[in-house]
Every structure is written in structure tokens, then in C-alpha cells.
Design a protein around this ligand. Structure first.
Ligand code: F0G
Length: 464
């Protein structure tokens, strides 16, 4: 029974009302065919005005609250030592407990500054799964990003409460075989975005931290979706049901020596991020680099009002009513489409639903990119933009060869507080209609590509 009622009310409603609206534009099938062809069959290259429901990413696309806007109006834009910075720093310290808080313009800037200061040629950075920008920023420093998620984390249909967990045996083996001197730190991504938005358990975080520390290695969290991960711990891990999300988040951070963060996710902001560290020397080194590339350490490439939005947003992301609604809407869509036979990553993740395109489109071979095909079909049929997380994103190896990604997924990521129940029902209807027509979807081939992070700009064509 829900704590808000004397009787059993099951409907979970959006825990907000809407006082400012933004129209979305409908397009005809022909307009969508033209737009997609123009975009080189790459949804990243579509104009947003041609998209009806935009699930490309949950990054920086959320709706801000009236409290955030109010804080933004009251910002301090001083170049150095602004009040806005101190409010931001207090919020981040209050939630994470880390000593040095370094603002950056977004998550990848925090990654770049950390890796440039610590990673040298041949070093290995283990994690459950590195996200694409994290991997690329490590590879630019000539390091190796090694993914050590548990086996269940690579099996879309297997149900496991914490599919984002790091495989502890593989982590130990890696440290032993590479040598701790060649590992600058161990990482874990919460939630595990590239592996289906799956959470990591508190027990696993604690064990990874202990293992890393036993070799004298720091442990760094990629904390983009720390609030969603905390909610899953509350729901699924013994001993946490009665704890609040913020208490859980504080415990989560307490096992780490620092974090990289994109505030565009669970910071509820449209831009921003930070690097947080306990190590004084490393923090100083990173601040020096920050001044070179991002800006003075009390703004790090952000306006004072961005810092204000994050300071308020971090707490709003930890609100129980919000987290309940958010996680439940993704699960609801997952239940609707999986019960009709659409293969999805089970259980549904926090910020997104992932469709297993390899399983849904067995007639399209891996080297014709089934998830890319499904993403395009979803746009053509319903004006919905998702993103391929598969062999286009991850298939190109550092030496230029091609290898199919472990999973070929379509990610439907939900902007925070933007879409309502009827949008979700519409999505379900479009997906089911697409499932009926799945045999007609074509494979795709690459026409033109960049050497790194190719999915952003690649041009493709359907295979005749
Ligand atoms: N780490 C993870 C796990 C991420 O999901 C992202 C971004 C980043 C780091 C980088 O943060 O974009 O602020 O530089 N993910 C977005 C996404 C882009 O769509 O999943 P950023």
C-alpha cells in the first residue's frame, strides 16, 4: 500500500504540474523519409523540429523546476569566488562527501581532466562498462578502457537485480596480470549506461572499493546517474528499504575516492558537471589543467546560474516521489512491449529502455547493424528518436578493424520530467506496430565515418 492513501491506489502520477509548455511538431511519413535521407540515415543529424518524441538522450534534456529557475535568477556571476559556486560546492559536498569539488562544463570534461592527469600509455582502467566518451578519453591518452561487468550484464534477457555489478574475480585477475603500477584507478559507472542502465549494488561497490584499496588503488565513480542507482538499491537490496535516497547516495560515495559527474543527468541541469576528489595533489594538478581548458576553478566553464541549477537539481533528483514516477514509467513501457514479445534488456533500467535488436531482427546480420536499422524504423514510423548502442557506437577497434559489439541495442532514454503517461502509451503503440512489421526492416551499410566516436557524424545507407 502506498503511504499516501488509506486504500490501495495503484496509479503512479507525474509528481508535478505543468505551467509552461513547449509544443511538439507532427510530421508526415514523407517528411520523415526526406528528413532521414537528408541526415545520412543518422538520427543524430536530424533537426530536432522533425522529431515528435525525442528519446535520443536523457542528457541535458530534462525540464527544470520553478525552484531551479528561481535560483538561476538569483545567481552571482562573479568571475572568481562567486556565491553560486559556494552553493554548488556545498550541495556536492553534502551529497558526496568529497573534499575537492571542481566544476566542469559537462561530464566528459571532468573525464578528460582526470585522465590527462593520471593516464599514460599502456595503462589499464577497469570498470563495469565505460561509456563511449569515457572510453574515448582514456584511449586518447593511450590507455586501455577495460569492461569487467558480470556475465549477466551482457545477457539481455537474464533477470538479475544488479546487472551493472563489476565482476570481482575478473577485477582481481586484471590487477594481478596488468600490475597495480599500470592501473591509475579502478572505476564503476552508476548506473551502467552502456550495459542497459543497470544498477550496481552497494555490496558490489563496497567490495570493488576494498579490492582496489587492498592494492593501493583509488576508486573513482562515474556518478552520472547516482540518484537512480540509489533508488534501485532501496528497492532491491536487503537492508536499504527504510533508508532515504540521499542516505543511500551518501553511503555509495563514501566508498569512493572521487567521481566524475555529468550534471546533465542526475544533476537535473541542461549543462554542467564536476570532478570530485579527495587527493590534494591530484586535485591541484586537475585544477591547473582546468584553468587551461575550462576556466577558473570556481566556475569551470559554467555560468553562475548553471551552478545554481545543479545545486538545486542534485537534491530534486533524490526526491522519492520523482524517482518512483521516473523508474516506474520506464518499467511500465517495458512491461507493455515485452509482454507483446519485443525482446528488451531485462529488467528495465533507470533512465532508459533498451531493445535487443539482434534478437528482434534476426534476419539482419551483425555487420548490417540491426540496432541502427531499428532506430531508423522507429523514427520513420512514429517520429520517435532513439539511439543505437551497438556495433556502430562500439564496433570500431582502436586499430581500425571492425568487431560486433557484445550487445546490439536501441536505447530509448527518457528526458527527466518532460514526457507524460500518454506519451509513453503512444510509444508502446508505435513499438508494437513496428514489431508487426519487423521482417521488412533493411540492414544498413556505412557510407562515411570519422576515426573516433563515429556514431555522432556517420553517414549510412539502407542495404538494397
Ligand atoms: N558517463 C556516462 C555514464 C554517461 O552516460 C555520459 C553521457 C558521460 C559519462 C559523459 O557526460 O555528456 O556530460 O559529457 N551520456 C550521455 C548519454 C551523452 O546520452 O548517455 P557528458
Amino acid at each position: 500500500m502506498n503511504k499516501y492513501y488509506d486504500i490501495d491506489i495503484k496509479t503512479i502520477i507525474e509528481p508535478f504540474q505543468i505551467r509552461s509548455v513547449e509544443p511538439i511538431k507532427f510530421t508526415t511519413p514523407q517528411q520523415r523519409r526526406d528528413a532521414l535521407a537528408e541526415a545520412g540515415y543518422n538520427p543524430f543529424l536530424l533537426r530536432a523540429e522533425h522529431v515528435l518524441i525525442d528519446l535520443l538522450t536523457d542528457s541535458g534534456t530534462g525540464a527544470m523546476s520553478s525552484r531551479q529557475w528561481a535560483a538561476m535568477i538569483a545567481s552571482d556571476e562573479s568571475y572568481a569566488g562567486s556565491d553560486s559556486f559556494y552553493r554548488f560546492e556545498n550541495a556536492v559536498k553534502d551529497i558526496t562527501g568529497f573534499k575537492h569539488i571542481i566544476p566542469t562544463h559537462q561530464g566528459r570534461a571532468a573525464e578528460h581532466i582526470l585522465f590527462s592527469s593520471t593516464v599514460t600509455e599502456g595503462m589499464v582502467i577497469p570498470s563495469n562498462t565505460h561509456f563511449d566518451t569515457t572510453r574515448a578519453n582514456i584511449e586518447v591518452c593511450k590507455g586501455e578502457a577495460r569492461d569487467l561487468v558480470i556475465a549477466e550484464g551482457r545477457q539481455p534477457q537474464t533477470i538479475h537485480p544488479f546487472k551493472g555489478n563489476v565482476d570481482l574475480d575478473k577485477l582481481r585477475e586484471t590487477i594481478e596480470s596488468v600490475g597495480p603500477e599500470n592501473i591509475p584507478f579502478v572505476m564503476a559507472t552508476v548506473t551502467n549506461n552502456s550495459g542497459g542502465g543497470q544498477p550496481v549494488s552497494m555490496a558490489n561497490i563496497k567490495a570493488v572499493s576494498e579490492l582496489a584499496h587492498s592494492y593501493g588503488l583509488p576508486f573513482i565513480l562515474d556518478a552520472c546517474r547516482f540518484a537512480e542507482n540509489s533508488w534501485f538499491i532501496k528497492l532491491r537490496e536487503e537492508g536499504y528499504a527504510d533508508k532515504t535516497p540521499i542516505e543511500i547516495a551518501r553511503e555509495l560515495f563514501s566508498y569512493a575516492d572521487g567521481c566524475t559527474m555529468s550534471a546533465k543527468k542526475d544533476g537535473m541541469a541542461n549543462i554542467g558537471g564536476f570532478l570530485a576528489l579527495n587527493d590534494d595533489t591530484l586535485a591541484q594538478q586537475c585544477r591547473n589543467l582546468l584553468i587551461l581548458t575550462e576556466g577558473f576553478p570556481t566556475y569551470g566553464g559554467l555560468a553562475g546560474y548553471d551552478l545554481e541549477a545543479i545545486a538545486v537539481g542534485l537534491y530534486e533528483a533524490l526526491d522519492e516521489d520523482y524517482l518512483r514516477y521516473r523508474i516506474r514509467s520506464v518499467a511500465y513501457l517495458g512491461e507493455k512491449i515485452s509482454s507483446a514479445g519485443i525482446p528488451i534488456v531485462q529488467p528495465t533500467g533507470g533512465h532508459a529502455l533498451y531493445i535487443d535488436a539482434r534478437a528482434m531482427l534476426p534476419h539482419i546480420p551483425d555487420d548490417q547493424y540491426p540496432a541502427w536499422s531499428l532506430t531508423n524504423a522507429l523514427y520513420l514510423l512514429g517520429g520517435v528518436r532513439g539511439v543505437e548502442i551497438g556495433s556502430v557506437m562500439f564496433g570500431m577497434q582502436p586499430d581500425g578493424t571492425e568487431k560486433p559489439a557484445p550487445m546490439d541495442l536501441v536505447r530509448l532514454a527518457f528526458p527527466r520530467r518532460v514526457y507524460t503517461q500518454s506519451h509513453v502509451d503512444y510509444l508502446a503503440e508505435v513499438l508494437l506496430a513496428l514489431y508487426e512489421r519487423r521482417d521488412t526492416l533493411p540492414g544498413y551499410r556505412i557510407v562515411e565515418q570519422a576515426p573516433v566516436l563515429r556514431h555522432f557524424t556517420i553517414r549510412m545507407a539502407p542495404v538494397e
